[in-house]
Design a protein around this ligand. Structure first.
Ligand SMILES: [Zn+2]
Length: 293
């Protein structure tokens, strides 16, 4: 025989279980629960939770913090951020990794408003009867992301949006231009790190370190080195084109392959390709002097 039965969870919400056999239901209802009531300072309670968190499915850090700082603030926070029925969850999921049940959104909201000091923030606000500041800050980050980046890309999920918001939200962006630039960069086969595209754009589309632009492979470097060196030797000049036009002792120096690095003749950021035609070997010093392009 089966029937419906409900138990109340920690928030007083009724959770229904369908089709549970009577013997199992009785077993659940008759199971003796071991309940610890702990008193003490926050740090003592924290230690205690760490101790008992070894058995069963371990609590994630935010679940532990919710238990330690339980009170009106946590209850309200969970109602907003840990309720999988909240219609906003889908929108939030574009930018935040994880599930509402395991506190991913509550954790991120706290992380953003507290600039990374979740523990302290929860301790200070533990007895607050509202979560206005938390909600306001969280929504300003989310609204900012969706106003700057009108398209949603899978690589946006899990970026450090709290830090990016703090760093860039006062700058003005044209969402249409941003969208066009994203399309262009997504189509560029030389970009290895697509997750970096967003901060690359936010900080002014100049710093290519965010993109990890693909570098020349060994075969290309070796063949460019060989032809460059052959030409240089026949002219009695250095095989580093920058050394060759200099006036010091290095102007006729032939560098070994492992003393040189490959460089884009036309910078990648100016449309230069990562192909043999656009590859030039420079001595280490001159390559470094050309900087990050
Ligand atoms: Zn040089």
């Amino acid at each position: 025989m089966t029937d419906k039965f409900a138990i109340k969870d920690e928030n007083g919400m009724e959770q229904y279980f369908d089709g549970i056999a009577k013997d199992k239901k009785d077993k659940i209802l008759e199971t003796k629960l071991l309940i610890y009531e702990c008193e003490g300072t926050e740090s003592q309670i924290k230690e205690w939770f760490k101790t008992i968190n070894i058995a069963g499915v371990p609590l994630v850090p935010q679940e532990l913090l919710n238990a330690i700082y339980s009170g009106p603030f946590v209850t309200l926070g969970k109602e907003e951020f840990s309720n999988s029925q909240n219609a906003n969850i889908q929108k939030w999921s574009a930018y935040i990794k994880g599930s509402a049940n395991r506190q991913a959104f509550f954790e991120r909201a706290l992380d953003w408003v507290s600039k990374g000091s979740i523990d302290d923030y929860m301790s200070i606000h533990r007895n607050d009867k509202n979560i206005n500041e938390l909600k306001r800050y969280f929504n300003s980050v989310i609204d900012w992301i969706s106003s700057v980046f009108t398209d949603v890309e899978s690589e946006m999920c899990g970026l450090e949006w709290g830090r990016l918001y703090e760093q860039y939200h006062k700058k003005a962006y044209d969402p249409k231009k941003v969208s066009a630039e994203i399309r262009k960069l997504y189509g560029d086969p030389y970009i290895k790190n697509r997750k970096g595209i967003f901060e690359f754009i936010l900080c002014g589309s100049a710093n290519t370190k965010f993109l990890e632009v693909r570098i020349f492979d060994e075969a290309t470097k070796k063949s460019v080195y060989a032809s460059q060196t052959k030409k240089a030797e026949s002219k009695g000049k250095s095989n580093c084109p920058h050394c060759a036009i200099g006036h010091d002792a290095n102007k006729s120096k032939i560098w070994n392959f492992d003393e040189m690095d490959a460089d884009h003749v036309a910078a990648w950021s100016k449309g230069g390709k990562t192909t043999a035609k656009n590859c030039e070997m420079l001595c280490r010093t001159h390559n470094r002097a050309k900087g990050n392009r």
